[in-house]
Design a protein around this ligand. Structure first.
Ligand code: ATP
Ligand code: MG
Length: 210
C-alpha cells in the first residue's frame, strides 16, 4: 500500500436543516455537493430545536424527520441522522460535527458541512464559528438573492474553510411551501410527492379554522 493510499481520508457530507418541509432546493444542493466534491455519502441531519428560529413555530421533530426520510429514501448515497433530534435542546453544528467524530475519527475523515449561501453568510452568529471552520469544510451553495462575493467580507480564517458550490439555482424555500399549503395553492413539483402526501395526511401547515 502506498503512503497516499494510507492517508486518503473519507469525504463525508452533512446537510443540516430544519426541513420544515424538505424540498427540491435541499435535494439539489446535496446531490450537487455529492458529485462536485466527490463525497462518499451525504447525511441529512434535521435540527432538534433550531436556535435561529426560536420565534418561529416549527413542526414536530418526528414529522420533519419522517419527511426527510421520505425525500431521501430513493437515493443510495443519501443517509439520515437523528443525532440532533435525539440530543434535544438547541442544535449547534459545531456540537454535531464533534459528536460525529466519535464514529469518524478526525484523522480518517474530512467533513463537508453543506449549506445555502443565506445560511453561511450568517455564520458569525453560529456557536463557535472559528472552531467549526477548523473541524470541517463549509460548502456554500448558491441561493437566489445571495451573492458569492459577500463571502469575502467574512474573516479570512472562516473564508478559507468555505467551498463555494455552483448549482442550478432554485427559488424554493420551506417558508414559501408552508404559505402555499396555508392558502391552498399547489406544492406539486416543489417537494417530492411522498412529502406532499405526508403534509396533506397530517394536515401540516394548514391554517386553523378551516
Ligand atoms: P425556511 O424558509 O423555513 O428558512 P429553508 O428553505 O431556508 O426554510 P432550511 O431548512 O432553513 O430551509 O435550510 C437548510 C439548508 O438548506 C440551509 O443551509 C439553506 O441555506 C439551504 N437551502 C434551503 N433552500 C435552498 C435553496 N433553494 N437553494 C440553496 N440552498 C437552500
Ligand atoms: Mg432557512
Amino acid at each position: 500500500m502506498t503512503d497516499a493510499h494510507v492517508l486518503k481520508k473519507r469525504r463525508i457530507g452533512i446537510m443540516g436543516g430544519t426541513f420544515d418541509p424538505i424540498h427540491f432546493g435541499h435535494l439539489v444542493v446535496a446531490e450537487e455537493a455529492y458529485s462536485a466534491l466527490r463525497l462518499e455519502e451525504v447525511f441529512f441531519v434535521p435540527t432538534g430545536s433550531p436556535p435561529h428560529k426560536a420565534k418561529t413555530r416549527v413542526s414536530m421533530p418526528e414529522d420533519r424527520y419522517t419527511m426527510t426520510l421520505l425525500a431521501t429514501l430513493d437515493n443510495p448515497h443519501f443517509r439520515l441522522s437523528r443525532i440532533e433530534i435525539d440530543r434535544g435542546g438547541s442544535s449547534h453544528t459545531v456540537d454535531t460535527i464533534r459528536e460525529m467524530h466519535h464514529w469518524y475519527p478526525p484523522a480518517s475523515v474530512e467533513f463537508f458541512f453543506i449549506t445555502g449561501m443565506d445560511a453561511v453568510l450568517d455564520i458569525l452568529s453560529w456557536k463557535e464559528p472559528f472552531a467549526l471552520s477548523r473541524i470541517c469544510r463549509i460548502v456554500a451553495a448558491g441561493r437566489p438573492g445571495y451573492s458569492t462575493s459577500a463571502l469575502d467580507d467574512l474573516p479570512p480564517e472562516i473564508r478559507e474553510a468555505i467551498v463555494p458550490l455552483e448549482i442550478p439555482l432554485l427559488a424554493i424555500s420551506s417558508t414559501e411551501i408552508r404559505e402555499r399549503v396555508a392558502t391552498e395553492r399547489s406544492i406539486r413539483y416543489l417537494v417530492p410527492w411522498p412529502v406532499e402526501h405526508f403534509i396533506h395526511k397530517k394536515a401540516l401547515y394548514f391554517r386553523h379554522g378551516r
